[in-house]
Ligand binder design. Structure first.
Ligand code: XMP
Length: 511
């Protein structure tokens, strides 16, 4: 059996990120809510270590999330992060207080002293902080192993009992030696071997879905993007022909995309694929709609209706499968986390769905993990490394009302941009690049005549998880060529601009 780590979630937004950081070190991590597992179960499951996540509460508040103190006596190494650190101190007899004067937010200098947790890490380094509460008094048996200018206990340990706590967040990239700290915890303290591989996740998932979906007919919404493609192949491996993939061509796809998807899945994968031409249906629903969230909801709802209609033709379909990945879940609002944008495949679902259940096999994974999984399953490189494309398609890249005329213009512009970026071998420089048709018209001149046309924006971003992103510094020469081609070849465009905003504060898509 694979060794595994328990990530005990106290309501923070980084539980999946912590799990992913552990998986990156080839140790399997399982996430459980603080009130969804008992100390007995923890013992029975044979975890090599436990990580307590952060959380938005204060430990001394009534009803704040807590855990059974028996957990500290199981002899399993524990690493508490932020709230998890404070909770450990609180439950073991220390004291946690709140003080604006001690609060720290963002990159913070930290000074560490000899601890197994900080093995191989310079004494002075930089970590990421986000707290107002702090540990004012250590529990018995503990000693301080890191401080910052404001925080007298930025990390603590009771090495004898293998209990460790850090006030900062080792899981975020801003904590420069965070990876090393987690490595130390997993390998030096918990004694992990690190022999978990993506194949294990794959086998695990296939087995799980074979069992859970036995005898069920599953309908999968295939968009042709990386996520739904990987989900489709995974489920096909689990349940074979009980999976039917429905590809809704909503008329909001990029140039030639519909044909490419159909060909790939029918011919390469021999899948049970149905392509539905629903352009008219979607455009009618979107007529006169300008508000981005409304567009998303309408598209999400229409997707489901189309599936239902198709499902009726197919006979009884029990389950709806979707390629939702973890960042979609967070951004649509997980628990108390504020909703940033409703992704069509999570937040926009209508209340009444005629399926028994929804299954989302990639819900725990980040984009790069999904790609790895795709490669392991033998999906072609071109598909696995295809840039992401939002479910609502070009509707969120046409600002304002969506019309066929605008979509056709955008398709041409986008194709030119993509052609030039790929043609110049710049695909490795950027993780997503596309054009946006703004609702802004401006004056131009062509020959001797005055023109009045749309402004198109080009966007390219560099990122590894799409939670944050930098705008890509594409060479000026390429941008110049793209701009010339667009204004020469696409009627109706008078101006081309380049988006130089990172995420945050902007999102990748404009709507
Ligand atoms: P944002 O705009 O949220 O984009 O910064 C992050 C990544 O998610 C994609 N995206 C979506 N994907 N349904 C999807 O399946 C959606 O509604 C959606 N909105 C954005 C976006 O293209 C980027 O890769």
């Amino acid at each position: 059996m694979n060794e595994k780590i328990l990530v005990l979630d106290f309501g923070g937004q980084y539980d999946q990120l912590i799990a992913r950081r552990v998986r990156e070190q080839h140790v399997y991590a399982e996430i459980r809510g603080y009130d969804h597992i008992t100390a007995d179960e923890i013992e029975e499951n044979g975890y090599k270590g436990i990580i307590f996540t952060g959380g938005p509460n204060s430990v001394y508040e009534e009803n704040s999330p807590q855990c059974d103190p028996v957990i500290f006596e199981l002899g399993i190494p524990i690493l508490g992060i932020c709230y998890g650190d404070q909770l450990m101190a609180h439950l073991l007899g220390g004291q946690v207080k709140s003080s604006e004067a001690c609060s720290e937010y963002g990159k913070t200098r930290v000074f560490v002293t000899g601890s197994m947790l900080f093995e191989g890490i310079p004494e002075e380094n930089v970590c990421w902080m986000s707290h107002t509460d702090y540990i004012a008094e250590l529990p018995e048996g503990f000693r301080t192993v890191a401080v910052t200018e404001k925080c007298t206990c930025a990390a603590m340990e009771d090495a004898k009992r293998k209990l460790y706590g850090v006030q900062f967040h080792p899981e975020v990239n801003h904590t420069v030696y965070g990876k090393q700290m987690l490595y130390n915890f997993l390998f030096e303290i918990c004694g992990c071997r690190g022999d978990w591989k993506m194949e294990d996740y794959l086998e695990h998932s296939i087995e799980r879905y074979r069992r859970e979906l036995a005898g069920k007919k599953v309908l999968l919404a295939l968009s042709g993007g990386v996520d739904s493609s990987v989900a489709a192949v995974l489920l096909q491996k689990a349940i074979g022909d009980d999976l039917t993939c429905v590809f809704v061509d909503h008329g909001l796809l990029r140039k030639n995309e519909g044909d490419f998807v159909e060909k790939t899945f029918r011919e390469t994968f021999g899948m049970n694929l149905i392509r539905i031409d629903a352009e008219a249906r979607f455009l009618t629903k979107l007529k006169g709609i300008t508000e981005p969230e409304k567009k998303r909801k309408i598209i999400g709802e229409e997707f489901i209706r189309v599936f239902e209609d198709e499902g009726k033709k197919l006979g009884k379909m029990d389950i709806l499968a979707q390629g939702t990945i973890y960042p979609d879940v967070v951004e649509s609002g997980k628990g108390d986390a504020a909703a940033i944008k409703s992704h069509h495949n999570v937040g926009g679902l209508p209340d009444v769905i005629a399926f028994e259940a929804i299954v989302e096999p990639l819900r725990e994974l980040f984009k790069d993990e999904v790609r790895k999984l795709g490669e392991r399953m033998g999906l072609p490189h071109q598909l696995v490394w295809r840039q992401p494309f939002p479910g609502p398609g070009l509707a969120v890249r046409v600002i304002g009302e969506v019309t066929k005329e605008k979509l056709d213009i955008l398709r041409e512009v986008d194709a030119i941009f993509c052609e030039e970026v790929a043609g110049d071998g710049l695909e490795n420089m950027t993780n997503q690049y596309f054009a946006v048709l703004t609702d802004l018209r401006s004056v131009g001149v062509k020959g001797d005549a005055r023109t009045y046309g749309y402004t198109v924006a080009l966007r390219a971003v560099t990122t590894d998880d799409f939670m944050t992103a930098e705008w890509t510094r594409l060479p000026y020469e390429v941008l110049e060529k793209v701009s010339n081609r667009i204004t020469n070849e696409v009627a109706g465009i008078t101006r081309v601009v380049y988006d130089i905003t990172s995420k945050p504060p902007a999102t990748v898509e404009w709507e």
